[in-house]
Write a protein that binds this ligand. Structure first.
Ligand SMILES: [Zn+2]
Length: 394
């Protein structure tokens, strides 16, 4: 832990120097914001790590936790900066998601239409999505169990595959959560010199690389695999190979091409899932959206609701649909209900059938008949903005 902390502070210094050297070309490079964010992230990381042992002991005290959870392989794919507003299957004018579109009539694929992120930056959104802390409870973050901790306690083999940087500003507390996975595959394990969105002195991979990494996973009969993509993180043009340069001549070509490429990668992951022994289901969601129409990234000071309008899909196996028909029907009936991604934790608990009342609140589980659908209760921006205030909420 000490070593990690050291690494992080070293990273802070490197980034500040790099930032100064690169100048203030964009809002994201403002040094003051950088120092403040880094301070917050490092202290969050530190607090979360410090309380790890206590959380694990508390989990072990829960009755029957080690016997909970269904057998099978569950896959959670986390996207990056993808707004559903630019996805063909959600009604966008360009065909940016042909793979998802081709599955429209497949009963195994459920596309959720009214999903928002709980925040509009990676760290904030995923800290809630991957723990039982959410906008609707008053749990302290350091006491919140992470998805990985709970899955470990329930006897799952946990795997984390990431194409994001392990020690980067964008994901430090997420690293704390990921670091508990039994097997970790980090494609970019250190921070390098960032230029035009690319890291120059570390290997830089397109997201498709995670598909081949799935070959390096040893399968177990009770398993949770989390995959963290680079998706549509700026700079968009470096996120996809040239053969995905399909959209040209418009205002959003590079972003739309990155969405097209993510759709292709998700299709490849799905095909891999189908080959996994006892595969049960794959959940995909984006950490947050992107204010692409206003060209404002996902910077809080230029907030637009588009930064929080995200896709969410669930792909289930034939076995799952056959064995858990009632829950499948509830999910299917709820595809047009309101949802925010800080409730992903509850959904994963539901999918994996880990249902201890101490970690799980049924009203937040969209696959439960007790799911609270009332739009009035839903917020984004960590409880500061109502979903009903989004002009596109209906
Ligand atoms: Zn993000």
């Amino acid at each position: 832990m000490k070593e990690n902390k050291c690494k992080l502070w070293r990273l802070v210094c490197i980034l500040i120097v790099l930032n100064l050297a690169m100048g203030y070309r964009t809002r994201e490079n403002i040094v003051g914001t950088l120092i403040y964010d880094t301070y917050v992230y490092v202290s969050q990381y530190d607090n979360y790590q410090k309380n790890r042992q206590r959380r694990i002991e508390n989990l072990a005290l829960l009755p029957n936790i080690s016997n909970q959870g269904s057998k099978g392989v569950y896959v959670l794919v986390i996207g990056e900066s993808e707004t559903r507003d630019h996805m063909g299957s959600y009604g966008y004018c360009r065909a940016t998601t042909p793979v998802l579109e081709s599955m429209k009539t497949d009963e195994k694929m459920l596309v959720f239409n009214k999903v928002w992120s709980c925040a509009n930056d990676t760290v904030s959104a995923l800290t809630y999505a991957l723990t039982n802390k959410n906008q609707y409870n008053d749990l302290e973050l350091e006491k919140a169990f992470s998805l990985i901790e709970v899955a470990n306690a329930a006897g799952y083999k946990t795997v984390w595959i990431s194409n994001q940087v392990q020690y980067g500003l964008a994901d430090t507390p997420i690293t704390a959560i990921a670091s508990e996975a039994k097997q970790q595959i980090w494609l970019r394990d250190k921070v390098g010199h960032l230029k035009d969105g690319r890291y120059l002195d570390v290997p830089d991979y397109y997201d498709e690389k995670v598909v081949s990494e799935l070959e390096n996973v040893k399968y177990d009969d009770k398993m949770l695999i989390v995959i963290h993509l680079m998706g549509s993180h700026n700079s968009y043009r470096v996120r996809y190979p040239r053969e995905f340069d399909k959209f040209t001549g418009g205002d959003f070509d590079e972003y739309d091409n990155s969405v097209l490429y993510t759709d292709y990668v998700l299709g490849k992951i799905l095909r891999k899932c189908n080959d996994m022994p006892n595969f049960q289901g794959m959940l995909y969601f984006s950490d947050h959206g992107e204010g692409i129409d206003a060209h404002v990234g996902h910077d809080n000071s230029n907030f637009t609701f588009q930064m929080t309008r995200i896709p969410m899909t669930i792909y289930l196996s034939n076995d799952f649909i056959k064995n858990r028909e009632a829950e499948y029907q509830i999910l299917k009936n709820n595809i047009n209900e309101y949802y925010t991604n800080d409730l992903i934790f509850e959904l994963m608990m539901g999918l994996m059938e880990i249902e201890s009342n101490d970690i799980y609140n049924e009203v937040n589980n969209i696959m439960s008949s007790s799911y609270d659908k009332s739009v009035e209760r839903f917020y984004t921006s960590y409880g500061k903005r109502r979903i009903m205030d989004d002009p596109a909420y209906k």
